[in-house]
Design a protein around this ligand. Structure first.
Ligand code: AHG
Ligand code: MN
Ligand code: MN
Length: 330
């Protein structure tokens, strides 16, 4: 095991930019802190509901009774607010963006608890975050255009996976690194340095219940994934957890593609451009992969609204390009 901690790593990276204000380091530390608190709650989610909640009183454990995605939202906002250098947060859990310190230079966009329906069945969930510099003037109120920036403007992005162990994986535009949490001592250690999608087209992940509601191109691509062909090592393996962070993380380590296409029920797909797709697209590109809406690079889409949805194809470059080929033909 490599004994470099996330804290040391953040400081070391900051030193690569002499004269830097340390703002980004403080933001990453705030995310680290909130993720430890959320991790602890996620780990005992079943207990809170079935044992403590069973005591029958209304509010025996206070905040633990709240739905965990609201709990996670509050903890991340509090932690980021405390550092003072964030001027606004857009969150999947809040209809409108939230203004924090007017003097702050940074904007956060986040999905505080991704895959939360999986909590009930003890399956991995996550947090996704994205960091931008504001475009409005420091000292003024934040405005919508601070939040509606293209993914290419991200200065950092990452996720926390609350899985069989808790991990934080992030990029500041100089590669992707993963840290595994040791809950006994409360420290994240660098466990996955310089993460890259392996050169293996192995896994496809899609909610195939939606297949007949998807376009012909998507149907043809899934058929292609299932076809038997020794030369290209097909069929690919189908894996779908239903927690984007967990599906993405597995595919990053093993090689694969995650798809959430447009369907006739959700013509823009289900996933959120700002909270889910852009941050994972930044990580993906930094790890040598590709993220697309089927035709266009995700990070070049100009957002028009906070909760905008977009079809999503993300993972190994070859696999995403193959899916795009089928879509171009439809
Ligand atoms: P969230 O819990 O933040 O609303 O996100 C759920 C998302 C994503 O995590 C997952 O990949 C997808 O919804 C699953 O959707 P389906 O149940 O439609 O497959
Ligand atoms: Mn989500
Ligand atoms: Mn969520």
């Amino acid at each position: 095991m490599n004994f470099k901690t996330l804290g040391e790593f953040i400081i070391e990276k900051q030193q690569d930019f002499p004269g830097s204000s340390g703002d980004l380091s403080r933001i990453l530390s705030a995310i680290r802190l909130a993720s430890k608190i959320v991790s602890q709650q996620v780990n005992k989610a079943g207990l809170a509901r079935h044992i403590l909640g069973g005591a029958g009183t209304d509010n025996i454990q206070g905040e633990a009774q709240q739905k965990l995605d609201v709990y996670a939202d509050e903890r991340f906002i509090e932690a980021l607010n405390n550092r003072g250098n964030v001027c606004g947060i857009g969150s999947e859990e809040n209809d409108e963006f939230i203004e924090l310190n007017k003097e702050g230079k940074y904007i956060i966009l986040m999905d505080p608890l991704d895959g939360s329906s999986n909590i009930d069945v003890n399956v991995s969930v996550g947090t996704i975050f994205s960091v931008f510099k504001r475009v409005s003037e420091v000292g003024s109120s934040v405005v919508l255009k601070d939040f509606l920036q293209k993914g290419t403007e991200q200065v950092a992005a990452g996720y926390v996976l609350y899985g069989s162990s808790t991990m934080m994986v992030y990029t500041t535009g100089n590669g992707v690194n993963g840290f595994t949490y040791d809950p006994g001592i409360g420290v994240f250690f660098l466990s996955h340095p310089d993460m890259l999608f392996p050169n293996k087209n192995k896994i496809y992940s899609m909610n195939e219940g939606n297949l007949q509601r998807s376009s012909k191109g998507v149907q043809d691509y899934i058929n292609y994934c299932q076809e038997v062909d020794k030369k290209t090592n097909r069929p690919h393996t189908g894996r779908y957890i239903g927690s984007l962070v967990a599906d993405f993380h597995r595919n990053l380590i093993k090689g694969g593609i995650y798809i959430y296409p447009a369907t006739d029920k959700s013509p823009k797909g289900k996933l959120r451009l700002l909270y889910e797709c852009n941050p994972l697209a930044f990580l993906t590109e930094q790890a040598g992969g590709k993220a697309s809406d089927g035709r266009n690079r995700i990070m070049e889409i100009k957002p028009t609204e906070l909760h905008q949805r977009v079809p999503y194809f993300v993972g190994n470059t070859d696999m995403v390009e193959k899916a795009e080929e089928f879509i171009a033909k439809e």
